[in-house]
Design a protein around this ligand. Structure first.
Ligand SMILES: Cc1cc2nc3c(=O)[nH]c(=O)nc-3n(C[C@H](O)[C@H](O)[C@H](O)COP(=O)(O)O)c2cc1C
Length: 168
């Protein structure tokens, strides 16, 4: 009986994998391009920022992101969330739609989306960093510096973070 259950489980798991591969092949055939991974960076304004709220957000991220194949980093301080998420494009779109609706922050602004072939945070379901000195000042953020930053400038603090925290 147990062997039958194991076989059923294996068949279901294999069927998920097979469907995922088929989706990818179908998409490649139909569009001529392979399914791609995606990187997304947004900023938002924390609403009632404190350590327990941050712990709740990180706990959700670290629980959910591995199942979605998503990794990333969240820069967090009283005036700013700046988050980078990377992974399968569908998963990124689904997660971002959920994050936008979250009432623990407001004024969510998408700053960058790009195709990606190498992750910046392969070992982190969600790295968090509160070191404000590495980033733009609160005054600069309020003045809209992030919205006028180039992709290179937006990636730069995450590249530094990634280099400083290679492990998971
Ligand atoms: C700034 C910010 C970043 C977040 N990042 C993530 C994330 O990376 N992954 C995630 O699953 N939820 C994230 N969330 C939480 C989601 O908005 C949502 O509450 C959560 O995914 C719901 O899943 P849960 O019911 O398992 O907690 C974030 C929320 C905020 C405010």
């Amino acid at each position: 009986m147990q062997a039958t259950a194991r076989l059923a489980h294996a068949t279901i798991t294999d069927s998920y994998r097979l469907r995922s591969v088929c989706r990818s092949i179908k998409s490649t055939v139909m569009t001529g391009v392979p399914t791609i991974d995606k990187r997304l960076i947004y900023r938002s304004q924390p609403f009632g920022f404190d350590t327990s709220m941050l712990a709740g957000i990180l706990s959700s991220a670290r629980r959910n992101n591995p199942q979605l194949g998503i990794t990333g980093a969240l820069v967090c301080r009283h005036d700013l969330y700046l988050q980078l998420i990377e992974g399968p494009a569908d998963s990124i779109d689904t997660l971002f739609a959920r994050i936008v609706e979250d009432d623990r922050h407001s004024d969510v602004r998408l700053l960058l989306t790009e195709a990606m072939d190498e992750r910046l945070f392969p070992n982190w379901a969600m790295l968090d960093d509160t070191a404000p000195s590495q980033f733009w000042s609160a005054q600069d953020v309020a003045a809209g510096v992030l919205e006028s930053s180039s992709p290179e400038e937006l990636r730069a603090p995450f590249l530094r973070l990634s280099a400083a925290h290679p492990g998971g």
